[in-house]
Design a protein. Structure first.
Length: 317
């Protein structure tokens, strides 16, 4: 009862603290314009949402647009020659789209409605993902499965050897990754991108969560289930950026986005699907490190346990 209530109350507390009144914090906006136009745009942004935006200058329209396409900025003012306009990536989700849409009203003082800057979505969500939540749902499903695998592997088969345990973990991650990609990408068309790329990222994410859960249970026993659920499920998913981009998260939660498996996995999946592989390399590296370190720790613990058992048996003999 205490374990279950603790998990539930931590979940409620963390998610409400993070998402009950989400606000953008220094959301990067690219600007390719003259000094005067950029300065005026910055001032008006701060009036619309104090501390909500961060203006980054770019030398021309092409580089500012590229920043949006590679998720270095969430919107861009293109005013380096020609008629000014604002572009953004709808693939960042409805929260960003809702925040960016009113920027058209920040045109020159006294401008008429027909003169307002046009706002264009240059990276819209796929037709199978109208709310921008498919990456999060697909990730959360395998994160939860990874936790359950780590928990059940000791409950159902506590005497597996190290090799058997690692083999089952690899099999689970590979099958889970392929099945998720088949459902999310092929069946529903919710996550665009290469099938094997999506399957690989999901497999690494599931493997990292499963390996971490197995290690925590191996070290702490029943308490490891509580720790794994809090850190891997609750904290990991709350900081993943799947519900809202990291710039909407509170300061105490945002740093976890770049180190926890759900955060780096969600960013890598979004990069494969929409943003020219943004976050893919770092995601693969971080997830692989999680898996390698957890498996190495399990190996060392099993060796220590085996050595201790051998010494004890020899002493009794």
């Amino acid at each position: 009862m205490i374990t279950v209530l603790t998990i539930g109350l931590v979940f409620v507390s963390v998610f409400l603290a993070a998402f009950h009144t989400p606000q953008a914090h220094r959301l990067p906006v690219a600007v390719a314009a003259s000094d005067k136009t950029a300065a005026l745009f910055d001032v008006r942004l701060q009036r619309v949402a104090p501390d909500g935006f961060q203006v980054d200058r770019y030398p021309d329209n092409a580089s500012a647009r590229s920043a949006v396409e590679h998720r270095q900025a969430y919107a861009a003012l293109l005013a380096d020659g020609g008629d000014p306009k604002i572009v953004y990536a709808g693939a960042n989700g409805p929260a960003v789209s809702a925040l960016v849409a009113p920027l058209a009203s920040l045109c020159a003082p006294g401008c008429r409605p027909a003169e307002k800057w046009p706002v264009t979505d240059i990276l819209p969500l796929s037709s199978g993902d109208s709310r921008g939540l498919s990456v999060f749902y697909a990730s959360f499903g395998l994160v939860l499965a990874g936790f359950l695998f780590g928990q059940m592997t000791y409950q159902v088969a506590p005497r597996l050897s190290f090799g058997q345990r690692v083999s089952s973990l690899v099999l689970f991650a590979v099958v889970g990754g392929l099945a998720t990609a088949l459902i999310a990408s092929t069946a529903f068309g919710a996550i665009p991108g290469p099938f094997l790329g999506i399957a690989g990222i999901v497999a690494l994410m599931a493997g990292a969560i499963a390996a971490a859960t197995v290690l925590l249970i191996r070290i702490f026993g029943a308490v490891g289930v509580l720790l794994a659920s809090i850190f891997m499920i609750v904290m990991g998913n709350a900081s993943s950026g799947g519900v809202l981009p990291p710039e909407f998260l509170p300061g105490w939660l945002k740093p976890l986005t770049s180190v926890m498996p759900p955060g780096v996995g969600v960013r890598a999946l979004g990069g494969i699907a929409y943003f020219h592989h943004d976050g893919l390399v770092s995601g693969v590296v971080v997830l692989s490190v999680w898996i390698a370190l957890c498996i190495a720790a399990l190996f060392v613990l099993d060796r220590i346990a085996a050595s201790s058992a051998a010494i004890l048996h020899a002493a009794r003999s």
